[in-house]
Write a protein that binds this ligand. Structure first.
Ligand SMILES: Nc1ncnc2c1ncn2[C@@H]1O[C@H](COP(=O)(O)OP(=O)(O)OP(=O)(O)O)[C@@H](O)[C@H]1O
Ligand code: SF4
Ligand SMILES: [Mg+2]
Length: 428
């Protein structure tokens, strides 16, 4: 019996799991490489005000010691123009949720196995051969509208607001979880961009900042000229508050401070006018004063661009300042979500209450920081009761039952805990 409970598995068992994993992941990889048929991932938003809707998302890692359910049935939305904060302890699945949205989960072991990620996209309209349909400059000749031609007699491509070629577009809703990898390329970087925690690892040390910014423009803004790319890069460096954008454009990453590098990353993420920016722990590697500046910058930028931000952090203070809505994750599941006021003024789940207590305050009378006792359960062998039970000081008899469902206690506030009943915040 003791052996059964142990976290160690025999070599034979591990080989059996590995063999099975190869079979499962091969199928998923094959699906990702399949021919692009739009009808297979074309869908509708449940609420037209949202830009993203995660529904029952499951992302697993098939490891030789067992399956890690990193994201285990996550459902939440990001309304257009809002900032949604995703918080939780290390390893709770915040990054894997965002990587799933970008289709950047490390394969073949990591796979989206179930659920939907609906995204409102500005998709290219395609002709019968699957080619994008260009928009050309026109002029009036003898009362007729005709294409303007260049010196070689070719029609002149009309330019979009970024200086790239203009194509016919349609607003559509795609289910990213079901999209083949190839189709995802036109969304990633162009419509959804990402700011990572450590700018030094995302910037290439051997190229100048200008080189790397221009490269992003060339990659995602088809037909942009060198001159326009440079102008766009410099404009973005200026937008993120860099005082000498032309100078910084010529510099190498190591010549900049951490805060400046993070500003460059933000500039890079803004280059293509994305609809959604994912910021994964954007200030964790920075000093406190620089953190505050970067947060101010993100807030300021959100006002300027017409987009939404998904802000991932383990720091409740950061979301309190920035977010309109907050999602609290624990061991791959959402345990509470609501507006920022719901979560900060009326936290319900014992874990969220614990997180609040462990947050340092400026006027802090707190002498020592509170630490939630205990550990997150082993991700390979999750129990079927509440994952927080072994750490919870409010545990009652029902808590031995099945994992509690996420229930709505008000129109905006949901929690997954036996202490609460739907539309009733009073303890039962
Ligand atoms: N490549 C991988 N292979 C196996 N397991 C992984 C892999 N990447 C992530 N995981 C597991 O998935 C779970 C969720 O990880 P994730 O990176 O999303 O956590 P997080 O909430 O972003 O944590 P942090 O705050 O430390 O960044 C963890 O249990 C982690 O060990
Ligand atoms: S369901 Fe029970 S064990 Fe889980 S958090 Fe709520 S009170 Fe605690
Ligand atoms: Mg992370």
């Amino acid at each position: 019996m003791a052996k059964e409970k142990s976290h160690y598995i025999s070599g034979r068992e591990s080989r059996r799991i590995a063999k099975n994993n190869r079979k499962v992941t091969k199928e998923f990889e094959k699906k990702k490489k399949r021919k692009n048929v739009e009808a297979e991932y074309l869908t509708e938003m449940k609420d037209p005000n949202n830009i993203i809707e995660f529904e029952n998302l499951h992302t697993y890692f098939y490891t030789d010691t067992g399956t890690v359910k990193a994201v285990n049935g996550v459902t939440f939305s990001i309304p257009a123009g809002s900032t949604v904060g995703v918080v939780g302890e290390s390893g709770c699945g915040k990054s894997v949720t965002s990587l799933s949205l970008m289709q950047l989960v490390q394969g073949p072991s990591g796979q989206i196995v179930d659920g939907s990620i609906r995204f409102r996209t500005n998709a290219f309209r395609r002709d019968q051969k699957g080619e994008k349909i260009p928009v050309y400059e026109t002029e009036e000749v003898d009362g007729k509208t005709v294409f303007k031609k260049d010196k070689k007699g070719k029609p002149i491509h009309k330019k979009n607001e970024l200086g790239g070629n203009l194509y016919e577009m349609d607003e559509k809703v795609y289910d990213i979880a079901k999209m083949p990898t190839e189709a995802m390329r036109s969304i990633r970087g162009r419509e959804i961009s990402m700011i990572f925690q450590e700018p030094m690892t995302s910037l290439n040390p051997v190229f100048t900042i200008g080189n790397q910014l221009d490269e992003v423009a060339f990659l995602h803004i088809e037909g942009i000229s060198k001159k326009d790319a440079k102008a766009r890069s410099i404009e973005m460096l200026q937008l993120v508050g860099i005082a000498d954008p032309e100078g910084v454009y010529k510099k190498y990453p190591h010549e900049l401070s951490g805060g400046m590098r993070q500003r460059v990353m933000i500039a890079m993420s803004l280059l293509c006018n994305p609809r959604l920016i994912i910021a994964d722990e954007p200030t964790t590697a920075l000093d406190v004063t620089i953190q505050a500046q970067i947060l101010d910058l993100l807030r300021e930028i959100k006002g300027k661009i017409n987009g939404s931000i998904m802000l991932i952090t383990h720091d409740l203070g950061v979301v309190a300042e920035m977010a309109d809505y907050v999602v609290v994750m624990y061991a791959g599941k959402i345990i509470e979500m609501g507006t920022a006021e719901d979560i900060f003024d009326r936290p319900l789940h014992p874990y969220t209450i614990g997180l609040q207590k462990s947050k340092p305050t400026v006027d802090g009378e707190v002498e020592s920081l509170y630490c939630i006792p205990g550990f997150v359960p082993n991700p390979i062998n999750m129990p079927n009761y509440c994952y927080f039970r072994d750490r919870c000081d409010k545990c009652k008899r029902e808590c031995a039952g099945e994992y509690p469902e996420l229930v709505k206690v008000t129109d905006t506030h949901s929690v997954s805990c036996y202490l609460y009943k739907p539309q009733n915040t009073e303890e039962s």
